[in-house]
Design a protein around this ligand. Structure first.
Ligand code: HEM
Length: 417
């Protein structure tokens, strides 16, 4: 397949949402880049140029050096039109500025506000609620009578309920949050997005802001024991966070903790269906679940990229990168790197070691990694012992995206106890 693929076309795949909906096409492109041009300049129509970084070692090196490679101003790949709109919003003080967009020293201070809520003690406090939700969703699978769209009916709901419980939001608001997070992350997918123009997509963001500004006011008036109160009442440099920074914090928690985990849960089930020997191995030996969870995370790699911008002229693997140029860190590529993973295209529930970069690396390392692992394990701990059989009941479909995604439909037929 890759014989006819040029390096130029392989680079373009990284800026093409439809390439991510076709794993074969994506991985043919990434494998070629890793082998022949691991630091490759991409000039895609409609996008500002960037360097595609596809090797595991290079991505770690760049993330480790957070003084040379900054998250601002180009944190994610978006179209040149969207980059411009965001620059205008920055000037007006209206930009979404979350942890992933910030650099030190501000990043360190702001990350500390939420960090306690993701430490082992807080996670232990969440375990009972997560187990209860996992049981509810497996029960729901049973109620659905042996056939469902596992993504739309199970996997997108369960992690959202976990994250909104952690934030402390009322259950009556959960459907609205589901719609907003799907629109925000599905903005490149025709089925999920709200509208085509950047302005229509910005409206999703503004609706988030309205909702969260009301939440900030409520938690400042009546603080409660939840993450939303910790964010609303945080003191930085002697004062509270601005409304935009507070709302941005909620947005990153609500969105980062949602589609990522649901994509891993559904992609994990798909991998188990495609590899029945691994499904039975895991059912027979539940002690493998922690390793299987990380293998699902590596396999799916729901976050497709983050970007960094060089603060000074430098070199990566001997290729000169000028001050102000951007690099795109391709996590799906790092997680299939032949130099790091033995037989990287094999799904192995006992893979050990598994040094995947799906949670990133360095100062921005995913704040919710322990929570994500807990959620995935809780669902499979409940599901696997009750599962007699499972098979595809239709064609799985993936989200068109260059940022966060995975399966959007997984029709399955199963027998559950
Ligand atoms: C399988 C699920 C998940 C994956 C694959 C994932 C992946 C990532 C990645 C790649 C980053 C950026 C890391 C970097 O730049 O080095 C990140 C950051 C982050 N994630 Fe996750 N994530 C997941 C689940 C969660 C959950 C459940 C939460 C809970 C709220 C969460 C919250 C965050 C936050 C707040 C950040 C920003 C950290 C920072 O910039 O300091 N994530 N995640």
């Amino acid at each position: 397949m890759s014989r006819t693929l040029s390096l130029h076309d392989a680079g373009l795949a990284l800026a093409d949402p439809s390439a991510y909906a076709d794993e074969g096409r994506l991985h043919a492109a990434l494998s070629l880049l890793r082998r022949e041009a691991p630091v490759h300049r991409v000039e895609a129509p409609g996008y500002n140029p960037f360097w595609a970084i596809t090797r595991h070692a290079d991505i770690m090196e760049i993330e480790r050096d957070n003084k040379l490679f900054l998250s601002a101003p180009r944190t994610l790949l978006s179209t040149a039109e969207m980059d411009l709109l965001q620059a205008q919003q920055r000037e007006q003080g209206m930009e979404l500025r979350t942890l992933v967009h910030m650099d030190d020293p501000q990043h360190r201070v702001v990350r500390a506000i939420g960090a306690d809520w993701f430490r082992p003690k807080a996670m232990r406090a969440m375990q009972a609620r997560i187990d209860e939700l996992a049981r509810q969703y497996v029960d729901r699978m049973a109620e659905l009578g042996g056939e469902c769209d596992f993504v739309q009916q199970i996997a997108v709901h369960y992690p959202l309920y976990v994250i909104l419980s952690l934030l402390g939001l009322p259950e009556s608001d959960f459907p609205r949050m589901l719609r907003l997070t799907q629109e925000l992350f599905g903005s490149q997918d025709e089925e999920l997005r709200r509208g085509e123009s950047p302005q229509e997509q910005m409206n999703t963001l503004f609706e988030f802001f309205d909702y969260f500004n009301a939440l900030t006011a409520a938690r400042r008036a009546n603080p409660t024991d939840d993450l939303a109160s910790a964010i609303a009442n945080a003191v930085v440099d002697g004062g509270p966070l601005s409304d935009v920074d507070t709302a941005s914090y909620y947005v990153i928690v609500a969105t980062a903790g949602h589609d990522t985990t649901s994509a891993t849960i559904s992609g994990g089930l798909h991998a188990l269906i495609e590899n029945p020997d691994q499904l039975w191995r895991l059912k027979d030996d539940p002690a493998l679940l922690p390793l299987a969870t990380d293998e699902m995370i590596r396999w799916v790699t729901p976050v497709k990229e983050f970007m960094r911008t060089a603060a000074a002229d430098t070199e990566i693997r001997g290729v000169p990168v000028a001050k102000g140029e951007s690099v795109l860190l391709s996590y799906p590529s790092a997680n299939r790197d032949e130099e790091v993973f033995d037989d990287p295209f094999r799904f192995d529930v006992g893979r050990d070691p598994n040094r995947h970069l799906a949670f990133g690396f360095g100062v921005h390392y995913c704040l919710g990694a322990a929570l994500a692992r807990m959620e995935i394990q809780a669902l499979y701990r409940e599901l696997l012992p009750r599962l007699r059989s499972v098979e595809l009941a239709g064609v799985p479909r993936r989200t068109a995206t260059t940022f966060v995604g995975g399966l959007k439909h997984l029709p399955v037929r199963y027998v559950l106890e």
